[in-house]
Design a protein around this ligand. Structure first.
Ligand code: ATP
Length: 231
């Protein structure tokens, strides 16, 4: 589905990514793990062409690396950014409406589907998003991204700042979305939780992929345990 070749990201003279290769197959959950500054967010920004890049991003066989961001999103890639960034002064339903800007003809069908997936959002549909808890806002941010019916959903640090119980619910949701046919690229500092739900993982260090393997293997890899899983 997605093939990344020789991807570089530049912030002026700073190189955020230094030649990254990886791929995602349909229906997989792939996770990128790595410490602060490893290049995880830069990778997501490069895929939607919101940062300065060099290299190739192929989506279903087409090179999309030079397309403007909105065209990339139209092709079926959605990004839930770190920090959620829901529209706090809009209601839940209005946030979902914004997420359907590319898919307005299917708004009602998708809204109802999101309310099935996330019953809490239905209960609170007329409430301002800014008054919801962090976990609810995260669910809303995911639902809003799904309103456009993406083929690939990219999540940047979705568990950041959430209570442990809510983190569990969030990862259950991610697994459920995959079972509904959505492919997921998950960026996480919570490497343990990410490896538990993912099929495969890439470990980034200093803007490069230093290791890739089945997630279940990495959970038992001594070096990964020491560096990313707290021993
Ligand atoms: P974190 O989890 O801390 O967000 P990350 O793995 O997502 O880390 P990136 O944010 O992609 O890492 O950063 C990769 C490198 O690029 C880092 O060295 C970072 O300092 C640098 N970088 C990222 N954004 C910018 C920016 N806007 N301007 C300058 N340098 C940047």
């Amino acid at each position: 589905m997605l093939k990344i070749k020789g991807l570089h990201v530049y912030y002026g003279l700073i190189e955020g990514l230094k030649g990254v290769d990886f791929h995602i197959e349909e229906h997989e959950i792939v996770t990128l793990i790595g410490s602060n500054g490893a290049g995880k967010t830069s990778t997501l920004g490069a895929i939607v062409n919101s940062v300065k890049t060099k290299g190739e991003v192929e989506f279903f066989g087409a090179n999309i690396s030079k397309l403007p961001t909105h065209k990339i999103i139209q092709r079926g890639i959605a990004l839930v950014p770190e920090g959620r960034k829901v529209f706090i002064n809009l209601t839940i339903e209005e946030n979902l409406r914004m997420g359907a800007y590319n898919n307005d003809e299917n708004f009602e069908r998708m809204r109802d589907r999101m309310y099935e997936l996330f019953p809490r959002l239905k209960e609170r549909c007329a409430q301002l998003a800014g008054t919801m808890s962090g976990g609810e806002q995260q669910m809303l941010a995911i639902a809003r991204a799904l309103m456009g019916e993406p083929k690939l959903l990219m999540l940047d640090e979705p568990s950041l700042g959430l209570a442990p119980k809510i983190v569990g619910e969030l990862f259950d949701t991610i697994t459920r979305l995959r079972s509904e046919g959505i492919t997921i690229l998950l960026v996480e500092q919570n490497a343990f939780a990410a490896l538990k739900v993912a099929d495969r993982a890439y470990v980034l260090e200093n803007g490069k992929v230093v290791l890739s393997d089945a997630a279940s293997n990495l959970l038992h890899n001594a070096e990964i345990k020491k560096r990313y899983l707290g021993g």
